[in-house]
Design a protein around this ligand. Structure first.
Ligand SMILES: [Zn+2]
Length: 238
């Protein structure tokens, strides 16, 4: 009987490769960022809102096909321009947790049938031409994109129904979308890095650059809207 060769060499997971995958784009209209890519000595992954970059030698193996015609990402990473501001990974995780709790206390979110397509994900567009002929087209419902559920969001306190809201983390007057920021926190957790350091910011809405261990991350802030749920993130006190 032939002895099976065990693939022992594969049993240590490639954490850096896992981290990269959390940052790639998912937009089919931007195929050039749906995979990580290489630039000089670095490997980079981005979804256009948040970007991660580190030395390619940190990858144990390359288990992806690098994106074709990627953007010149290295050129958009800003230089360090402030005294480093240190955030504890655990404190950031706590802030994310309390943000989600705040959301739960503010909004009642119920999945319901889309009021426009009644859950079938298609709606009929009618057009009457100048000869009086009717034309009908069935197209994807613009209200509940991608056939994903339709959610009814109601403010628990006021009873007011809103169309959408975002969950934002706030540092001074800068706001980050929690899903994007959470990728940074998850990366730090996966790599067992206790501190995330802000090293570059020009103004509230400019790209913010953080370093976590061997990785550089850039994230684009957003402007807050009235319905958004906001939680502060605070640097380590001295
Ligand atoms: Zn719909």
């Amino acid at each position: 009987m032939q002895e099976l060769e065990t693939v022992k060499s594969n049993d240590t997971t490639d954490v850096y490769s896992e981290v990269l995958k959390m940052f790639v784009g998912t937009d089919n209209f931007r195929p050039n960022i749906k995979q990580p890519f290489f630039s000089e000595d670095y490997v980079i992954a981005t979804d256009a809102m948040v970007l991660i970059c580190f030395k390619k030698e940190l990858l144990k193996n390359v288990d992806f096909t690098p994106a074709e015609n990627p953007p010149n990402a290295l050129s958009i990473i800003p230089e360090d321009n402030i005294e480093p501001i240190v955030f504890e990974t655990t404190a950031l995780r706590e802030a994310i947790k309390s943000l989600k709790e705040k959301t739960g206390k503010t909004y009642n979110i119920e999945e319901s049938e889309c009021p426009d397509c009644h859950g079938i994900n298609f709606v009929t567009y009618k057009f009457k031409d100048s000869f009086g002929n009717q034309h009908l087209y069935d197209l994807e419902c613009p209200v509940c994109e991608d056939g994903e559920g339709f959610f009814k969001i109601k403010n628990i306190e006021t009873g007011e129904t809103i169309e959408s809201f975002r969950e934002l983390l706030r540092f001074n007057e800068t706001y980050f979308e929690v899903d994007k920021f959470e990728s940074i926190v998850k990366a730090a957790e996966l790599l067992s890095i206790n501190q995330i350091v802000l090293t570059s910011r020009k103004y509230e809405l400019s790209k913010h650059k953080f370093t976590l261990g061997e990785c550089t991350v850039c994230i684009a802030p957003v402007r807050p809207l009235k319905e958004d749920i906001i939680e502060n993130i605070n640097p380590e006190s001295e």
